[in-house]
Design a protein. Sequence first.
Length: 367
Amino acid sequence: SAYDAGEHESYMRKEMLEQPTTAQAVLRGRLDDRFGTAHLGGLDMDARDLRAVRRVKVLGCGSAYYVGQMGAGLIEELARIPADAEAASEFRYRDPVIEPDTLYVAVSQSGETIDTLLAVQEVRRKGGRCVGLVNVVGSAIARECDGGIYLHAGPEVAVASTKALTNMFLGFALLALQLGRVRDLSIADGRRLVAGLERLPAQIEEVLAGEDDLVEVARGLAEARSLFFIGRVRGFPVAREGAQKFKEISYCHAEAYQTSELKHGPLALIDPDVPTVAVVPHDELTERNVAALHEIAARQGPLVVVTHEEVDLGEVGARRIVVPRNEPELDPILLTIPLQLLAYHAAQHLGHDIDKPRNLAKSVTVE
Ligand code: G6P
C-alpha cells in the first residue's frame, strides 16, 4: 500500500521515528522570524477577530484532549487569555453555555471522532465560533469547523497517537503565538518562540536517538501492576498523556496525578511495588517537584524522572531520563517523547499487539 510500516516492526515505531520530519511539515511556511509570529491563513480570522477572543475552550478526546490541555496552557501563558480543555465526550451532555467571545478549538487526528464532532455541532448550533486542529484534510470535523490549522502529520495508523499528537502541540504553539502577538506578547518574546520552534525538530530527533537507553527502564516499568505518572502545571498534561499511552498499549494500570496533589491522597499507595514516572523540567517549580520526589523515595517508591540536565535530584535514587531544553513554554513536547518510548518498549516487552491494542479503535465514529 502507499503507506505501510516498511522495515519497521510496527506503525507506532515508524510514526514515532517520523516525528522530526512531520514536525517540520506543520511549521513550514507558517513562522515569521521578522515579526516573531505565525501566519495561519486557514483560521480565517483577521487581527480584529483574534483580538476579540476573550476565552479559549479546547475540545478533544483521548490523547487529543491531553494535548489540548497542553495547548490551553500555552495559549494562557503566551496570549494571557483564560483557556482550558475539556473532554469533548462530556461537553455536550452538560448543556454548556456558549459565549460569542470564546474561541472553541476542536482537536482531532482523524477528524471523525463522533464525540468531538457533536461538540463542534453543539458550539455552532448555539452561535459559537469553532476552529479545528485536524490532521485528515476534508474530514467531518474539518468541514464542520469555521476554519482551522491542518496538522500535516501524514497518515497515522497506530491507535496510540505519536506524530499527530506532536503536531497538535505545535499547532497550538502557532495559535498561541498569533493570539499573543496581536495582544501583549512582545516581538522579542515572539522571536524567541519562533526560534525555539525552529529548533524543535532536531531536538525531537535527539530524544529519539536516546531510545536504547530507555529499553531497560521500560521493561522494569512493564513488570509493575500499577504505576503513577506525575507532573505540575506544564508537566501535568505531559504526565496524563504518558499514563494514557502506557495503559493503552501495556495494559498496566497507570494513573496520572498532579505532583502537588500527591500528599492529598495517592501517597498512601506508594511502596516498593508502585513505580512513579515524574516529569520534572528545569523551571520555577523544580524545587517543589524535587521535594515531592523525596516524599516518594522515603516510602521506597521506585522513581523514573524525565528531566533536564540542570536539574539536581539530590539523593532520591531515581533513574534519570534527560531531554534537551527548548524555551520553557515549548518544553512539554520534548518531555512527552520519552514517554512514548517507555510505553512502546513496555508493550513490546510484554508481547502485545502495539498497533492494535485490545478493546480500542483508532477512531471512534459511533456514539
Ligand atoms: C480514540 C483513540 C485515541 C485517540 C482518540 C481521539 O479513542 O483510541 O488514541 O486519541 O480516539 O482520536 P482523534 O482522531 O479525534 O484524535
